[in-house]
Unconditional design. Sequence first.
Length: 229
Amino acid sequence: PAAISIRDLAKVYAAQGGAPAKHALKGVSFDVPEGQIFGLLGPNGAGKSTLINILAGLVMKTSGTASIWGFDIDEHPRNAKRSIGIVPQEIVFDPFFTPFEVLENTAGLYGVPKAARRSLQILSEVHLSDKANAYARTLSGGMKRRLLIAKALVHQPPVIVLDEPTAGVDVELRRQLWDLVGELNAGGVTVVLTTHYLEEAEQLCDRIAIINHGELIANKPTRELIGMA
Ligand code: ADP
Ligand code: ADP
């Protein structure tokens, strides 16, 4: 079964303040197979963030359908949302909380009962156990990114989506993050990531979809795609 299924998805941002309407997605269809690392590759402005924001429930689609873990985002929005963990690009936690507190607060927002919380386990999965009680502001850039990933795991979603996980990070940190994504996937999580680095998609992904100007222009197992280049 597909972890994510998208059919004829379109998004038009309305014209405003002199800017014309923008067709950010022009009828995109694809499936993300369960258990894979799936790369959504494309240049800036291609529509990647729009697609992710629709899945996250942050942007309203104009037409088409999307389902997550079998739950249609219109018909079963709560179940759809519970089935996905989104890792945003920007750091979104309070610098004066500790990683442990950040995860406990996030669990609270999701309504995860105290007894069912696994904050320490999740911190261990992202290799932050030794920083559990440090102020987030004292973490290195790499540790902050791992904490962002940890936040997306709090409700134990079967699917996580990472938006440009390695944008602006150095080579060493990029490799660390790749390792971590591989570990999470080996642990059973289906991963979708967006990137504009072909090398990143090649190294990491089982399958790559390429999006450009709001249209899907390829969708193949990585081996086949690279064979064509
Ligand atoms: P990517 O993530 O691939 O860089 P985006 O989804 O951010 O692409 O953007 C796709 C297109 O939609 C771009 O032309 C962008 O300028 C436009 N766009 C994105 N968000 C908005 C918005 N809120 N209002 C109007 N246009 C937008
Ligand atoms: P923990 O005790 O938190 O489970 P480990 O013992 O697995 O962490 O790792 C200790 C240190 O090694 C971490 O602080 C981290 O900096 C680094 N490390 C190990 N594996 C990874 C990885 N896949 N990604 C990032 N950092 C890692």
